[in-house]
Design a protein around this ligand. Sequence first.
Ligand SMILES: NC(=O)c1ccc[n+]([C@@H]2O[C@H](COP(=O)([O-])OP(=O)(O)OC[C@H]3O[C@@H](n4cnc5c(N)ncnc54)[C@H](O)[C@@H]3O)[C@@H](O)[C@H]2O)c1
Length: 266
Amino acid sequence: MAGRLTGKAIIVTGAAHGIGRAIAERYGQEGATVVVSDIDGPGADAVAKGISDAGGAAVAVTTDVSDKDAVDRLFDQTLDRFGTVDAIVNSAGLVNTERHFLEGDEAWWDQIHAVNLKGTFLCGLRAAQHMARKGNGVIITLSSGGATRAHRGNAAYDATKGGIEALTRAMAVDLAPYGVRVNGLIPGSINTSDMSPDVKKERGQAIPMGRVGEPQDMTGAAVFLVSDDAAYVTGQMVAVDGGILAAMRSPAADIFPPSRFPKLDS
Ligand SMILES: NC(=O)c1ccc[n+]([C@@H]2O[C@H](COP(=O)([O-])OP(=O)(O)OC[C@H]3O[C@@H](n4cnc5c(N)ncnc54)[C@H](O)[C@@H]3O)[C@@H](O)[C@H]2O)c1
C-alpha cells in the first residue's frame, strides 16, 4: 500500500486497542510495515490481521512493555525480520487507574509506573540504541493533560505522564545529535471505552470544540510526527484535545460561558 510512510518499519505498543490501534491501522494505510505490539496477544493478532486484510503489511508481537526481556524480544524479532526500526509509538499504558490519593498504596503506584513510565523508558532505550547507530529514527510518547493539569483521583497516573513529558524532552536533547527525533502526543478525552451517547454529550460540553475525540482523531498528528515533514521537530508535546488544555476553566465555572457566545446566521 503506497502512502506517506512507505518503506518505514514502525512498532506501535499498546496497539491492540484504542489510540494505539487507530495509529497502527493508519500507519498500515500509509504504507508502513507495522509491528502491532500489545500484552493482549489475541488482540494484537486481530489488529495485525485487519491491517493485512486491508492491503497493508503488519505482524503481531505479544509484549509486556514493563518487562525488559520482553522488550528485548520485541526489538530482536523486529530487527531479525525487517532489519530496521524507523519509528516507535509508545501507546501501551494503564488507564482507568483512578484512586483517591488517600486510598493510594505502593502496589498501585509501582504498577502504573512500571507500565506507563518504565515501559516508555525501556522501549525508548532499545529504540534509541538502534536508531542512533543508523543516524535516524523517531520516538513518540503518549502523555496526557494530567501531566500539567491534575485529574481528580489520578495522582499515580498523572505522575507517570509528567515523567513521560520530562523523559520526552530529555531523550530529544540527548538524541538530537544522532539524528533521532523524540516527540509526544497529548490526547484529550478520547473515546476508547465505548462511551454511551449521554457520557459523550456531557463530556463534550466541557471541551471547547464541543465533542470528545475518537481514536482516529489522534492519527493525523501521529503520521506527521513520524514523517519527514516533521524533520526539524523534536522535544515537543503535541496536544490533540479539541482545545482542552488551551482553556482555563470548565464552561460551567467560566465567567463567560458558551451560552453567551454570539449566535451567527449561517
Ligand atoms: N483515551 C484517552 O482519553 C487518553 C487521554 C490521555 C492519554 N491517553 C494515553 O494514551 C495511551 C493509550 O490509551 P488508550 O485510551 O488507547 O488505552 P486503551 O486501554 O484503549 O489501550 C491501551 C493498550 O495498552 C495495552 N497494555 C496495557 N498494559 C500493557 C503492557 N504492560 N504492555 C503492553 N501493552 C499494554 C492494553 O492491552 C491496551 O491494548 C495511554 O498511554 C494513555 O495514558 C489516553
